[in-house]
Design a protein around this ligand. Structure first.
Ligand code: N01
Length: 545
């Protein structure tokens, strides 16, 4: 690894990459345990996903009272969430508040991007290189780089020739965008687009939506939180948080389903779906416990949503284009919206089906699809992310024998989504092979951070210098992750969960779908058995080697 040793030559216990919610809490935990830690962050401030994704309408799809840290009761009692689902600006304010409240900034270096990381087997240390040519080293490397942080721009021919402005939802300008008077093209109809389109359509002269695959979306029913609601959550936090961790498959406290969709007759089932539809949000998907497992059960939910779309969108031909039919509901990430389908009733919104009329190229004047040129002043790319592995692939990470890119050439291989065989002392927070994106990220982040912090303290007590996932444990975990995914309907969709949105990316199911409680128990048991499945290197042996 080249580059001068400059200001960061000091030897630390741990380097954390990323100052989103995972990196912030990791820093807090390790510092409290007396470890010397430094966080490196490419952005100019904390917040991770919520720092970058500032597109109009950006909002979390987990309720704010649950999409928040639970580690500090004082914090959860004092923070005043204003809406049922917090918008990006409020979540970012929360991240900034946490950084201030726990005095985290003094151990974070901003505007510094990690480019390489290499494990030195003799020293049992990681050396990390930055984009400014400096380096740092530490015993442990903790990747807190997020699951959806590598924004993807498809390789559209002619994109650079477009005369207007182009923005990606995942890299939105801080100063915002004024759409008034503009003819705007939005490419993509995933969660980001579904949130952005209604807001842009209210402002722009015209919006042309380029849809390749229609999406299932549930009304968010966002609204201000009442004092009574906040009081209830605060009074019940201890029980609710515990339930989210230990009972909820997706880490979201809710009314958990106890029966399958076909156990109810048609009318009862419709009433139940109606109730969840009116309530709004992700809990629609847990109206029954077999929607993601059983095709017939799934059909009942999918049909219900298709009917709702048909009832909202006035033009039947347009409604048909917006009704998903090619994959089971929920097998692509379910979307939440505010007036998404209603927006297509507006005179200034046009839908272009790019499955039937593919995008051929971007021209100076707009987008040409199926032989028709759509004239535009601006393009919004809501084309998603190279999920879960993309942020790792950008870095040159070198373990004991090989690079991570070589190791993961056929898909990510991890033990518990926490560590990788051949990459000692490197942890991932919500890495591939863990529940991560299938769960309330806050719950999964806290679980991983606590597990890693406890592990480092345990190693220190025993004077153990190295920990590495054993190959056999990793092989078994990878097989288990795949086996559990194959028992569900998820692999049926060409989703980013499967890596299907990136040409050439191996098609493997990236997160662990066994559920948050089961996964937590597995991790706890592994730790209780002295970190079963990990090879441990005592300090004296490491020194002799
Ligand atoms: O990205 P996506 P996203 N030509 O990958 C289309 C989280 N999130 O940023 O489906 C034409 O879902 C692509 O089409 P197709 C959440 O986990 C959460 O919207 O591949 N179209 C798709 O329609 C979410 O799932 C929140 O056929 C192309 C779209 O672009 C994840 O982030 C908010 C194309 C990409 O959709 C990602 O969401 C926002 C091409 N070449 C995001 N390439 C909330 O909390 C891609 N597309 C609410």
């Amino acid at each position: 690894m080249t580059g001068p040793d400059t200001h960061e030559t000091q030897e630390r216990d741990a380097i954390i990459v990323g100052a989103g919610f995972s990196g912030l809490y990791m820093l807090h935990r390790l510092r409290a345990l007396g470890f010397s830690v430094r966080v490196y962050e490419q952005a100019s401030d904390v917040g991770g996903t919520w720092y970058w994704n500032r597109y109009p309408g950006a909002r979390c799809d987990v309720e704010s009272m649950q999409y928040s840290y639970s580690f500090s009761n004082a914090l959860q009692q004092e923070w005043q969430w204003t809406e049922r689902y917090a918008g990006q600006a409020e979540i970012l304010r929360y991240a900034l508040h946490v950084a201030e409240r726990f005095d985290l900034r003094r151990d974070i270096t901003f505007d510094t991007r990690v480019t390489e990381a290499a494990f030195d087997e003799t020293a049992q240390r990681w050396t990390v290189a930055f984009d400014d040519g400096t380096r740092a080293s530490a015993s442990f490397l903790i990747m807190a780089i997020g699951c959806l942080s590598n924004a993807r721009t498809p390789d559209f021919p002619g994109l650079s020739e477009f005369a207007g402005k182009v923005w990606h939802t995942g890299h939105w300008p801080h100063e915002g965008v004024d759409f008034s008077g503009l003819r705007v093209g939005v490419i993509g109809t995933g969660s980001s687009a579904i949130q952005a389109i209604p807001v842009i359509a209210r402002e722009a002269k015209h919006v042309t939506v380029f849809q390749r695959t229609p999406n299932y979306s549930i009304p968010a029913r966002n609204r201000p939180l009442t004092d009574d609601e906040r009081t209830w959550w605060r009074a019940n936090y201890a029980r609710v948080r515990q339930s989210a961790r230990r009972e909820a498959r997706n880490g979201i406290f809710a009314d958990y389903p106890v029966k399958g969709a076909l156990e109810d007759d048609d009318e009862t089932r419709r009433r139940r779906f109606e109730g969840r539809w009116e309530q709004g949000g992700i809990p629609f998907m847990s109206a029954y416990n077999d929607i993601s497992l059983d095709e017939s059960a799934n059909d009942t939910a999918a049909n219900f949503v298709r009917e709702k779309i048909g009832a909202v969108v006035k033009d039947p031909g347009l409604a048909a284009l917006l009704q998903p039919t090619s994959y089971p509901i929920g097998t692509k990430r379910i979307c939440l919206d505010t007036d998404y389908f209603e927006t297509f009733n507006r005179d200034n919104v046009t839908l272009v089906d790019v499955r039937a009329a593919p995008i051929e190229r971007i021209t100076a004047a707009g987008v040409r699809a199926g032989g028709t040129e759509h004239a535009l002043d601006a393009i919004v790319l809501a084309t998603g992310f190279d999920a879960m592995t993309g942020s790792f692939a950008k870095l040159d990470i070198r373990g004991r024998r090989e690079t991570l890119n070589a190791k993961w050439a056929e898909g990510p291989k991890t033990y518990l989504g926490l560590m990788i065989a051949g990459f000692p002392n490197m942890f991932m927070i919500t890495g591939p092979g863990s529940p991560s994106v299938l769960s309330n990220m806050m719950v999964s982040i806290e679980q991983h951070v606590d597990w890693i912090a406890d592990c480092l303290a345990w190693l220190r007590e025993r004077d153990i210098a190295g920990i590495e996932a054993a190959q056999h444990a990793e092989d078994q975990w990878v097989a288990h992750v795949n086996e559990v995914a194959q028992a569900t309907l998820y692999p049926r969709a060409a989703s980013w969960y499967m890596g299907a949105n990136i040409p050439g990316k191996p098609r493997v199911f990236l997160p662990y779908i066994g559920g948050v409680p089961v996964y937590r128990q597995i991790c706890d048991d592994v730790a209780a058995k002295g970190y079963e499945g990990f090879a441990l290197t005592p300090r004296h042996r490491a020194a002799a080697e």
